[in-house]
Write a protein that binds this ligand. Structure first.
Ligand code: BTN
Length: 251
């Protein structure tokens, strides 16, 4: 992968942005935050030495095995609360059309694959707002593509997977990157109603979940999303709870 190849294979020229490809970086999100230019940015790396996940977790980013990239977008047309949803949709659509593998979205933005041994995570997304006065949004996306199970740390081996582990095939990283970015650009410019309608079709609904709210752990069922992209959980007693943030577990 290199900058020229990425630029030539992107179809959607809606947004003018700098493209940077790095052999190694601590985190493409960190790089995007420190990038001293006002243009929109796509930065991808062959490996990350300090890939970051949500809630202070790390993101395993072995060299050449997965996609590790960040889009930094100035003053987005869509409401920023929809960006985690847009990113998850973009990866799920790209993987579906290029690899024929259907990944489900675990609200708000993890991508999972259903196996006989439960759901396995293939993609994580870390959306961060700009600090200070600059108004841009940082969308970091990590996808496990050509990883073997031995590429993951022991503590993750039971809960993660990759496209190669699922299908036995290796995939072209640049193709998936460019298709994801193109999908992202398409989704960024559709109405929030259309976006939520598409998102619902890929969202894991009807599954039993656990979640925490105000210090209480609840069990319920993922029942739907509202117009703000919040998850609606239905408890056993029929009560509905709106989940605006945090992580849900699949039971
Ligand atoms: C998660 O699963 O909690 C989110 C993982 C996000 C990983 C991506 S890889 C590219 C970008 N750079 C980072 O340091 N993190 C994101």
């Amino acid at each position: 992968m290199n900058k020229q190849e990425i630029m030539s294979r992107l179809q959607n020229k809606n947004l003018d942005f700098d493209v940077i490809y790095l052999e190694s970086v601590d985190s493409t999100n960190n790089f995007a935050k420190g990038y001293n230019n006002t243009k929109n940015l796509l930065v991808a790396a062959k490996k990350q030495t300090g890939g970051r996940g949500r809630y202070g977790k790390s993101f395993a980013s072995p060299e050449g095995k997965g996609l590790y990239f960040t889009l930094r977008i100035n003053m987005p047309p869509q409401n920023p609360v929809f960006f985690p949803l847009i990113a998850a949709m973009a990866v799920s659509c790209a993987v579906s059309s290029l690899c024929g593998i259907e990944l489900d979205i675990k609200w708000p933005n993890d991508l999972l694959y259903k196996t006989d041994d439960g759901y396995k995570k293939l993609c994580g997304i870390l959306v961060e707002a700009s600090g200070g006065s600059a108004s841009y949004i940082i969308v970091g996306i990590g996808v496990n593509i050509n990883n073997d199970i031995t590429d993951f740390p022991d503590e993750l081996k039971n809960i993660v997977s990759s496209l190669k582990i699922i299908s036995g095939k290796e995939y072209d990283l640049t193709g998936i990157l460019c298709e994801t970015v193109d999908e992202f650009m398409r989704l960024m410019y559709i109405s929030s109603e259309e976006l939520l309608e598409e998102y619902r079709t890929r969202l894991l609904l009807g599954v039993d979940i656990s979640f925490a709210q105000d210090g209480t752990i609840y069990k319920g069922r993922a029942a739907g999303i509202n117009e703000n992209g919040n998850l609606i959980a239905k408890l056993e007693n029929g009560e509905e709870i709106i989940i605006q943030s945090g992580e849900i577990g699949i039971l």
